[in-house]
Structure formats: structure tokens, C-alpha cells
Design a protein around this ligand. Structure first.
Ligand SMILES: [Zn+2]
Length: 126
């Protein structure tokens, strides 16, 4: 248990929704029970975020986020097209311990990542 010097917290490193810039809270530490068990939530702007603790399963996290955005209707989700029906944005280099996004190309191992999906026709839902 050595002394850990935390770098000064920078506002720019606060994790934010890439669509609206709204900061989001620390995602719960999830121990996936099975593969593809990602924490998902909905930003106030309507974007769905999915958290990949390892940063290596973003493709799966993306699919879950898309399905989640379509009320878990996978058939519908799979029929939709990126850029046409929804937009995808990524946020990586997330340090869960500090709850901040490391800028630049510091180091990658052990960092999490997020993928955000926002439907272009939100008014058709709900
Ligand atoms: Zn947002």
C-alpha cells in the first residue's frame, strides 16, 4: 500500500456523453456473469451508453447498446443501419479507479471504454 499521488483532476477529463457533453456518473463495477453482460444506461439527451470494463469487447457492447435503444428488440435493431438510423460515438481510455478519461496516448492496458448510440428518430419511440 504505497503512497499514490493522484494527478490533479482536470475538468476536461471528466467522462462526458459524446453527444451532448453531459457528465455521467461512475458506472457500477460489473463482474460479467456471462459474456456480453454490459452496464447500459440512457443519457438525458436520449443516447444509450454501454460500458465495457476491458475496452476489448466494444463490438459486443455496441450491439447491446443498439438493441437496448430499440427496447431490446434485436430483430429491429439488426435491421437498422449505422449513420442512417442511429449514430455511434466512442469514448475510450477510461480509468475506472479515478473515474476520468485519460487524454492522449498514455497507456491502454486496464482501461475501459464506452460506446454510445443515439437514434436519429427518437420521436418514434415512447
Ligand atoms: Zn447525452
Amino acid at each position: 500500500m504505497g503512497l499514490i499521488l493522484f494527478p490533479a483532476y482536470r475538468e476536461s477529463e471528466k467522462p462526458r456523453c459524446p453527444f451532448c457533453g453531459q457528465p455521467f456518473g461512475r458506472p457500477p463495477e460489473i463482474k460479467p456473469k456471462y459474456e456480453g453482460d454490459f452496464y447500459k444506461w440512457v443519457c438525458p439527451c436520449g443516447a444509450v451508453g454501454a460500458y465495457d470494463t476491458t475496452g476489448h469487447n466494444l463490438g459486443d457492447a455496441l450491439m447491446e447498446a443498439i438493441a437496448f435503444a430499440y427496447d431490446d428488440d434485436w430483430e429491429k435493431a439488426l435491421a437498422m443501419e449505422a449513420d442512417k438510423d442511429y449514430e455511434i460515438k466512442y469514448l475510450d481510455s477510461y480509468h475506472a479507479g479515478d473515474h476520468r478519461v485519460l487524454g492522449g496516448k498514455t497507456y491502454k492496458s486496464g482501461l475501459g471504454a464506452f460506446v454510445f448510440v443515439k437514434l436519429k428518430n427518437l420521436k418514434f419511440l415512447h
